[in-house]
Design a protein around this ligand. Structure first.
Ligand SMILES: Cc1ncc(COP(=O)(O)O)c(C=O)c1O
Length: 337
């Protein structure tokens, strides 16, 4: 396993992201909720860590790399494209038609090639982009970093993100989500090895099967937010017992996102709004004050331009309005330092 010092030598402003503190009272108990603000990494998301770590280790193992290819829902591809631009390495990013405009434009601006992989019948978007990335690597000779199966993805969180979070601990509960499953697996491994009692929760949309098969509500549903859940089982999902799971529907996620913005609670992205919402639902069931932490993967700037035209219509305007009405009193009772 690589030494921690490798991480301290990262040449970019990645890591040491702040923890914002939010206070709230639910059912008469005053809770503290901390938000790990991964949007403040140099290229704007938690995937900055993974992109740099996997690339740096590939170079350490095999010597200089001329060009890379990898699959991504968007954030990792954006980070990898920016890092490769700064390091003079060619990059091909394979994503899906659901990629955000922000990430698609950013990848191209960084000089990388963006390939959109269409899924074959019966194939999910995630599997399609991995298949296409592998084909391109074989055909064109780029180094395939393979974040979806490369154990350096979870290792970057076990060795880097999680130690930063728990240096500020202890926490009763930690909330995160999964796309590749790297964060979830890295935190699971960290907590187990350190024997910490913190409960880890994955907060996922109904249709995600990254770690566990969806219940009936998610069987025929589609994922609506890039990077929030996966319709392919994660290569890192082999953990026993299964992680604790909270399901949060995307209409509520959209409602939470806009309410957090309006009330100055969080400036994080959509998956983070889901994660915070999962934490709020858990806190609402507690019978004592708790200290919890949410891993907030990215920032609002990646979604704001498409909220009205894309995301709200995709969950249904009425469902969104109902969720807003339900969540408004809860968000009004939150206060950020
Ligand atoms: C918006 C967003 N949230 C959460 C995640 C989850 O990260 P992981 O790939 O570690 O499961 C990602 C990953 O791409 C993401 O883009």
């Amino acid at each position: 396993m690589p030494a921690q010092t490798d991480l301290a030598e990262c040449p970019f402003k990645i890591g040491n992201t702040p923890l914002a503190r939010v206070e709230l009272t639910l059912n008469g108990h005053r809770h503290e909720l901390f938000l790990k603000e991964e949007r403040l990494n140099e290229f704007g998301s938690i995937k900055d860590r993974v992109a740099w770590y996997i690339l740096a280790k590939a170079i350490e193992d095999n010597g200089p790399v001329r060009s890379v290819v990898d699959a991504s829902s968007g954030n990792y591809g954006y980070a990898l494209a920016c890092i490769c631009e700064r390091m003079g390495i060619g990059a091909v990013i394979v994503s899906s038609p659901t990629i955000s405009r922000f990430n698609a434009d950013g990848i191209k601006r960084a000089g990388a090639t963006l390939v959109i992989a269409d899924a074959a019948p019966g194939e999910c978007g995630n599997s399609a982009r991995i298949r296409v990335a592998r084909e391109i690597a074989e055909r064109e000779g780029h180094t395939f970093l393979n974040q979806y199966e490369n154990f350096r993805n979870p290792a970057s969180h076990e060795l880097w993100t999680a130690p930063e979070v728990f240096a500020e601990g202890p926490f009763d509960a930690c909330f995160t989500t999964s796309s590749s499953g790297g964060t979830a697996r890295g935190f699971t491994d960290y907590l187990r090895k350190k024997k910490l009692p913190t409960e880890l929760f994955l907060v996922e949309p109904a249709a995600s099967c990254a770690f566990m098969e969806p219940g009936d509500a998610g069987k025929n549903a589609k994922l609506k937010v890039p990077g929030y859940g996966s319709q392919r089982r994660s290569a890192f999902a082999d953990v026993t017992p299964d992680p604790a799971m909270l399901r949060v529907d995307e209409a509520s996620v959209l409602a939470a996102f806009t309410l957090f913005e309006e009330h100055g609670i969080a400036y994080s992205g959509l998956s983070s709004a889901g994660v915070i919402l999962g934490a709020l639902r858990w806190l609402a069931q507690q019978d004592a004050p708790k200290r919890a932490v949410c891993i907030c993967a990215d920032g609002d700037e990646r979604y704001l331009e498409e909220i009205t035209e894309r995301y709200v219509p995709s969950v249904g305007t009425e469902a969104y309005q109902v969720a807003r009405a339900e969540l408004t009193p809860i968000v009004e009772a939150m206060a950020r330092d």
